[in-house]
Design a protein. Structure first.
Length: 210
């Protein structure tokens, strides 16, 4: 039996994904989550084989949630489920330890194949993910220094959601000083100087919904 956890903040999406997955013999959906923090908690509680994880989750985004889940439950395979398809997002997915990437627009055609591959511990990527990009990441083992790290993106997301430094620190299990450091680094890397500008960046880049 392959045990699956679904994390998406839209009830209709979770329901649709659940229906598709439960129609496959030998698969069981062991839980659902509406935000990244709940996804981490449910993953620890249920220890699934595969997590289908929306990228644009509230509180903790999909990439940061993937990082924390993989750290605590190393055997789990993670499928990032998203409407966005950019090189930087794919790099973040790989860096976080997720080995699956599926566009929501491709779900009807590829969701079963994606989960089958991950359940067998094989990677699965769709969308505009080129072999060159994967080879480049695997050979370098890191992201471009000019890009925001996944932790910096998580902090920017939470700032855009209106969270205080203390709330961000509690959600990400880091100190308020570390939050301030990540915020300062993000501003510097993006050549921005205000919180409002960070919020606009977060909306433009799909870290939060407008």
């Amino acid at each position: 039996m392959t045990r699956i956890l679904i994390a998406d903040d839209h009830d209709v999406v979770r329901s649709g994904v659940r229906t598709i997955l439960e129609g496959h013999e030998g698969w069981e959906v062991v839980g659902e989550a509406r935000d990244g923090k709940e996804a981490i908690d449910r993953a620890l509680a249920t220890r699934p084989d595969v997590v289908v994880l929306d990228y644009a989750l509230p509180l903790v985004n999909g990439v940061e949630a993937a990082r924390q889940i993989r750290t605590r439950v190393p055997s789990v395979e993670i499928l990032i489920f998203t409407m966005h398809d950019t090189d930087s997002l794919v790099r973040d997915v790989l860096e976080a330890g997720a080995r699956g990437f599926l566009l929501k627009s491709d779900a009807k055609q590829f969701l079963i194949s994606a989960v089958e591959s991950l359940a067998a511990h094989r990677p699965f990527f769709t969308g505009k993910v080129s072999e060159a990009l994967l080879e480049s990441y695997l050979s370098k083992g890191s992201v471009d220094d000019a890009a925001l790290s996944s932790r910096e993106k998580a902090v920017v997301q939470l700032i855009a959601e209106g969270k205080t430094n203390k709330q961000i620190a509690d959600i990400l299990s880091i100190s308020t000083k570390t939050v301030e450091t990540h915020r300062a680094l993000a501003l510097r890397k993006l050549n921005l100087d205000t919180t409002a500008a960070l919020i606009r960046y977060a909306i433009r880049n799909g870290l939060v919904e407008a």
